[in-house]
Write a protein that binds this ligand. Structure first.
Ligand SMILES: [Zn+2]
Length: 138
């Protein structure tokens, strides 16, 4: 999980410096039932134990651009969960109304990356379709 762990640490540093007080943990979810489709390799959680990004062990074998795209997207959800609407609006201006496109928009502004979707519909910082295609749910 080395690339996944390093990418998470790099992006988390940015989250924590822009939004002091947010603490996110990385969680390895080895249960195959959590990731039914090929494109499902990570998800963001907010519950009683705090904020975390859960990842499938499969993520580590994917291209670096996908690891970065997926992580950035999930951390976009985390910031959306943790920061009040007003704060987000002040920092990032108008954001999409729907959660998945919001996560991408927050990630792009926060990290200075472009999030696209590759031929497997995985988030990537490499070439692909942008914004998120409708058939993935917005
Ligand atoms: Zn998402």
């Amino acid at each position: 999980m080395e690339t996944v762990t390093l990418t998470f640490a790099w992006l988390c540093k940015i989250v924590e410096s822009d939004w002091p007080g947010i603490r996110v943990r990385l969680y390895l979810d080895s249960d195959q039932k959590s990731f039914k489709k090929f494109r499902q390799v990570a998800y963001a959680v907010r519950d009683r134990s705090g904020l975390r990004v859960a990842v499938s062990p499969r993520l580590e074998s994917m291209p670096k651009s996908v690891i970065t795209g997926v992580m950035a997207h999930e951390l976009g959800h985390i910031v959306d969960f943790a920061v009040a609407q007003e704060g987000l609006k002040q920092s990032y201006g108008r954001l999409p109304e729907t959660p998945e496109r919001r996560a991408d928009a927050i990630a792009e502004r926060l990290f200075g990356l472009k999030i696209s979707y590759d031929k497997y519909d995985l988030e990537t910082t490499g070439p692909g379709t942008r914004p998120r295609p409708k058939h993935l749910g917005l």
